[in-house]
Ligand binder design. Structure first.
Ligand code: TXA
Ligand code: MG
Length: 336
């Protein structure tokens, strides 16, 4: 299959029309969102959704998020929910948050992987939204990477993973957030965060009415989000995550003694370490920039250049907590 690379900048609405017509025919198209690129198909069409799983090599027990253009479409797909869900939607949507809700029996069964819930998201990226609006379809879309690889934050990442396997990619520039959406289970008395993202536990706590706060907003460690149990974001070379800065030097010397070429993934200055490194990957100064850069850097770590990458921990403030979560999942070994 020849994958068409459409560009919103170059082709404007023509790119949206082309993508929409492919999606309506049951084809799979990668679209930009503000978090990461998504691999979209009509969520009501089983055959179309199956193509997503084939293209990604994704395990079929891992459900997909359904993307909608507007809240008006919501009641077509989900059962009645508690009032706090409306409050969260008013505060954070469109944007980088996914709500897990009880679903009606109208979506392709492959989307929910047999669960009675569905993850719903309203993306804010203008190009992703334009496709949703023009097609008026509910679009099932996981991140547009090969299963196990870091999520794509640029059209080129999607091309590297999936060219020849999908019908088209719309290039809409680099994703602004850089990490996948916060997934929130909204089926219980209070929200439970299943996957961390830009919208944090503290952000959500501000929205929930005071009388409900006693029930506590939680972030769960259990793999209640089926996808969380799989190995994710794996770079080509082993990644060692070092949580205490004073240990960086020791870990580096041990790797050097093995004759390894060392890459360093850093967010702070460590001038004394640089002489022993073959390559330094700069993650950036602020939490927001670190989130934007992380996946592109994980993809840039190549066997041809380094044998191992040693990463330092980052601030846990705001989206930093989600950056650390992804670093931990990407790591072969964590030094706590
Ligand atoms: O930002 C994002 O969420 C991106 C963009 C493209 O929207 N999408 C994305 O999809 O990251 P994916 O498939 O890579 O991750 C979806 C996560 C998985 O961990 C999956 O297990 C979880 O959401 N999920 C989906 N439906 C669920 C459900 N009904 N219950 C619990 N977890 C669910
Ligand atoms: Mg993914």
């Amino acid at each position: 299959m020849q994958t068409q690379l459409l560009s919103y900048k170059r082709d404007g609405d023509k790119a949206i029309e082309k993508a929409t017509s492919l999606l309506k025919k049951g084809e799979v198209v990668a679209i930009p969102t503000e978090t990461v690129y998504g691999l979209a198909a009509d969520a009501t069409n089983s055959e179309a959704v199956q193509k997503i799983f084939e293209a990604k090599g994704r395990p079929s027990d891992n459900p997909l998020i359904v993307h909608l253009a507007s809240k008006q479409q919501l009641q077509n797909y989900v059962l009645p929910y508690l009032p706090y869900v409306d409050l969260l939607m008013e505060a954070f949507s469109p944007g980088p948050i996914t709500y897990v809700l009880k679903c009606k029996d109208v979506l392709a069964k492959e989307v929910t992987a047999g669960l009675d819930t569905v993850g719903i998201r309203f993306p804010s990226h203008p190009v992703g939204r334009a496709v949703l609006q023009a097609s008026q379809l509910p679009l099932a879309a996981p991140s547009a990477n090969l299963s196990g690889k870091p999520s794509p934050t640029e059209a080129l990442h999607v091309w590297d993973d999936l060219s020849g396997r999908i019908s088209a990619i719309i290039d809409g520039g680099a994703s602004d957030v850089g990490l996948e959406s916060t997934v929130v289970d909204c089926t219980g008395a209070s929200p439970v965060i299943l996957r961390q993202g830009k919208v944090t536990e503290a952000d959500i706590a501000q929205i929930i009415p005071v009388q409900d706060k006693g029930k506590q907003i939680k972030t769960t460690e259990q793999p209640r989000s089926p996808g969380v149990k799989y190995k994710h974001y794996v770079p080509e070379v082993p990644l060692l995550l070092v949580n205490r800065p004073e240990q960086l030097q020791t870990v580096m010397q041990a790797e050097k003694a093995k004759g390894h070429r060392i890459g360093l993934l850093l967010s702070q200055d460590h001038d004394h370490l640089l002489k022993d490194a073959t390559r330094v990957y700069h993650l950036g100064d602020t939490e927001a920039v670190q989130a934007q850069h992380l996946y592109a850097l994980l993809r840039a770590m190549k066997k041809a250049e380094v044998d191992v990458v040693i990463a330092e921990n980052v601030s846990m403030h705001s989206i930093g907590s989600a950056v650390m979560d992804r670093l931990r999942r990407a790591a072969t070994r964590v030094y706590d």
